[in-house]
Design a protein around this ligand. Sequence first.
Ligand code: GAR
Length: 210
Amino acid sequence: PLRVVVLISGSGSNLQALIDGAASGELPIEIAAVISNRPDVFGLTRAHNAGIVTQTLDHKGFTNREAFDVALMQLIDSYEPGLVVLAGFMRILTPEFTQHYLGRMLNIHPSLLPKFQGLHTHQRALDAGESHHGVTVHFVTAELDGGPAVIQAKVPVLAGDDAALLAKRVQRQEHVIYPLAVKWFALGNLAMQEGKALLNGELLPASGYQ
Ligand code: GAR
């Protein structure tokens, strides 16, 4: 199985989807470690309950972003992963960090990228009057939320939605498409080449697999 390190900052529901996929045999991965930049988040409990090694690297203990990222890189690399999975990891990464894991780090972002990069995506989709919203899995590059898309899932925006309702609808899709993207990578079907995402050797569309 592919060795994977998962980075989290919060509840870890995407981490749980990966844990469940690995446990059922559906996902050919071994989660070598879960690393959080925040202590006491529920995602760490999920990992612990699954018997996975957990680490907390609190960014508040570092004087700057560069120093934190160097320490994080060393910690990740001590587990020798073939893939790094950002699952609700709420940190901006330095170019040195993204370069080091180029082509072997995935992120999930709760919008139909390139729409709504950054934070508060659900509220911003509502405020913009979008009829649809969704989620994107992408390779991580130096550009924030800007790497090549792997897969997207769309959901409708419904009358009466608030950000929490919409987030829930989006997250149900997250838990489907993130394990799928990780499975593709683990099977050797997904790669990044010359800044583009390839599935089974074919260039994926700019918005990823639909
Ligand atoms: C997910 O909705 C993910 O898309 C989002 O954080 C949530 C984490 O939930 N990621 C970002 O906003 C990245 N900028 P989880 O901890 O339950 O997986």
